[in-house]
Each structure stands twice: as C-alpha cells, then as structure tokens.
Design a protein around this ligand. Structure first.
Ligand SMILES: Cc1cc2nc3c(=O)[nH]c(=O)nc-3n(C[C@H](O)[C@H](O)[C@H](O)COP(=O)(O)OP(=O)(O)OC[C@H]3O[C@@H](n4cnc5c(N)ncnc54)[C@H](O)[C@@H]3O)c2cc1C
Length: 342
C-alpha cells in the first residue's frame, strides 16, 4: 500500500454531481480529490449518453452529455482537483472525529475529514457475454475496457459488439494491432454512422475483418487465448486466431463496495437528511443518484443543489473553528479571486 494522500474531502464518483461538488467545496476553500472507476469524468453522461442532448439543465437550453461534462471540467479548473481514474473505492474506515481512511483497488490510500459519495447507481460493471469458460481468460486475454493501448500492440484482436465502444476501439486499435476482427451478430450497427463508415472502408481495403455472427467458445491454455470459435448466422463454425478479445456488451450498474461500509441503506440507495445531505454516519455525505429522501428525483439539477448544501455542512467538519459567511459569486471579490476572474 502507498503512503496516504491527505485531503479535506474525498469524492467517490466523478459524475456530474461529483464534479459540481468540487466547485461548491472550492468556493469554501475545501480541497478535493476524486476517484472514479471509469477512465474519464462525466459518469452516466459520459458513459451512457455522450451524444444525447439534455434539455433540463437550468439556463442551458441544450447540451449533450459530453458537452455538460466538458463545461463542468472547465468550471472547476480554478480549484485544481486531483482525479484518480480507473480505480474503485473499496474500503472506508473511520480514523478520527472527523476523519476517514479510504482505499482503492489500486492500493491507493486517502485520509480525509469528509467523504462525499457521489457514486450514482454504483459501479458500472461490464456485461459478460455468454461464452463458456470466458472467466479463465479475463484480465489476461479478455478485457472489457482498454486501459493501456500498448498492451494490444502486434496482437490479433477480436472485438465483439456493435455499439460505440466496439467501433471506437476497432478504429483506435487497428493501426497498432497485428489484425483486428470485429464480430457482431448482425450487419447493422448502433454506433455513430461516421465510425461505421470508417470501419467499412477498412474492411473494403482488406485492412481488417468483419464477421457477422457470434463467438461461441474460446481456445487457449493458462489464461492465454489462442483462438475464438465463431458461429456465423448461416450456422457455419470456424476459428479466428487471436491472442486478445474485447467484448463490448454494455454496462450494468451495481452498488458495489459502498454497501459494505456500515452506512444505512434503503433499497440499495443511501438515505440522507435534506439540510446537508449527510448519511447516517456523520462526516459522510451522499449526493446525486445514489441518495434517497422524501421527494427525491434523479435529475442532474437536483444533484447540483445537493452539492451546494453539502458543501455548507462539510465546512463545519473541515474548518470547525471558522464561521461560514454566505456570499454570492456576482458580488464577492474574494470568491471571484478564487475563480481567477478578479
Ligand atoms: C440515457 C439517460 C438519459 C438521461 N437524461 C437525463 C436528462 O435529460 N436530465 C437529467 O437531469 N438527467 C438525465 N439522466 C440522469 C442523469 O444522468 C443522472 O441523474 C446523473 O448522471 C447522476 O449523476 P451522479 O453524479 O449522481 O452519478 P453518475 O453519473 O452515475 O456518476 C457516478 C460515478 O461514480 C462512479 N463510481 C461508482 N461507485 C464507485 C466506487 N466504488 N469507486 C469509484 N467510483 C465509483 C461511477 O463509475 C460513475 O462514474 C439520464 C440518464 C440516462 C441513463
């Protein structure tokens, strides 16, 4: 385990609510680190609907999931938050009053005064395709996300799926792979039309393969893949030699380790009081889709409101000796200074 990273607040989840919480905390001089399982910020907006328009962000008539994430990242820049992507928060332990020690699955340790759980519907977990024995190859030859492209260099790769992830990684990995074979159950793709066009052009010029059908089995030994069994829609069975397979069958959301921290839960959600969105454990707050209270609506704007009130209450734990004076960004020169606009 590494040396503990000390911070005022640890935010679990870099979805829209976790990101906006950085802003509200930052205005009160509260520093934050954020951990997210995904390899990028934005939570559901970035992972589930980056291109879809959102019409109910106050004052913003239309913005895509990706656009909102970009705008939030720009808005929190003055507070220079530290991000830890590709890591899942695993354990949480009380070490003081207030004080918590939190660890991630990558062995990182944080010590903080306040924890903000902004974990949405929980952790996104990839759907496993129904291929017998696939578990034996996971993490060695079968991957559900690409963390390091170099791992796929000079390899024969089978990519399975017909959505944006499958097409994006087909296009990104094809220049460095030995050969990419895209397998999809029908010759019709849900991905962005431009990506589909690019993929078809590569197939037409003989630079990659497209097979319509399903992967029904895997061959290999000791977790190292040597081939995938392929069954075409005409029921003909063949093998595709490959050392790597990337199935992209979508994501499900599971509450994950949050459920083991001793915080009261209600139907897999975290009940909070509504003056500061604190959980049953003092010093631990829950904002956004993960919390529940009478009248709760799972809307981004509600999570933003919760972040603002959470920050006011978190201030008492971080600066117990300081009185908090409420200020507007329009008229407070000290807030404007923090934002770098004055
Ligand atoms: C298709 C679709 C369309 C939508 N349209 C709208 C709309 O028009 N307007 C609107 O207001 N809302 C909309 N929503 C809902 C909106 O996206 C959610 O309300 C919002 O994303 C909740 O934000 P959040 O920050 O609470 O959680 P999320 O966006 O779910 O982010 C939570 C983050 O926490 C991370 N995480 C979870 N557990 C851990 C852990 N243990 N360790 C580390 N990281 C963890 C996850 O990886 C994730 O990135 C839509 C949702 C969907 C699916």
């Amino acid at each position: 385990m590494s040396e503990a990273i000390k911070t005022d607040v640890l935010i679990i989840g870099a979805g829209p609510c976790g990101l906006f919480a950085v802003f509200e905390l930052g205005l009160l001089d509260i520093r934050a680190h954020l951990v997210d399982i995904l390899d990028k910020p934005g939570g559901q907006c970035a992972e589930l609907y980056p291109e879809k328009p959102i019409y109910d962000i106050p004052g913003v008539p239309m913005v895509t999931g990706h656009g909102l994430t970009e705008a939030l990242m720009e808005q929190i820049k003055p507070f220079n938050p530290s991000f830890h992507f590709g890591e899942m928060v695993n354990t949480l332990e009380k070490i003081g009053d207030p004080g918590f020690r939190v660890t991630t699955d990558a062995g990182k340790v944080f010590e903080c005064k306040v924890v903000v759980i902004a974990a949405g519907g929980g952790s996104f977990q990839p759907k496993r395709p129904p291929v017998p024995g696939i578990e034996a190859y996971e993490g060695t030859s079968v991957f559900y996300a690409v963390r390091q492209m170099d791992r796929f260099r000079d390899k024969n790769i089978v990519i399975v799926g017909g959505g944006d992830s499958a097409l994006d990684w087909t296009l990104n990995l094809h220049p460095l792979a030995k050969r990419v074979t895209l397998v999809h159950r029908r010759d019709d793709f849900r991905a962005a039309p431009h990506s589909v066009e690019q993929m078809r052009a590569l197939v037409a010029s003989g630079k990659m393969d497209l097979r319509i059908g399903q992967v029904t089995g895997l061959e290999g030994a000791g977790g190292v893949l040597s081939a995938a069994t392929f069954k075409g829609n005409d029921n003909a069975v063949s093998t595709i030699p490959c050392e790597m397979m990337l199935p992209f069958f979508g994501l499900t959301m599971k509450l994950g380790p949050v459920a083991d921290w001793g915080i009261a839960l209600e139907h897999n959600l975290i009940p909070v009081e509504t003056s500061g969105f604190e959980t049953s454990m003092p010093g631990i707050f829950a904002i956004g889709d993960i919390n529940t209270y009478p009248g709760k609506i799972k809307l981004i704007l509600c999570g933003f409101h919760e972040g603002a009130l959470m920050a006011q209450k978190a201030h008492r734990y971080v600066y117990p000796e300081k009185r908090l004076v409420f200020q507007y960004t329009t008229s407070s020169s000290s807030l404007q200074k923090k934002l770098g606009v004055n």
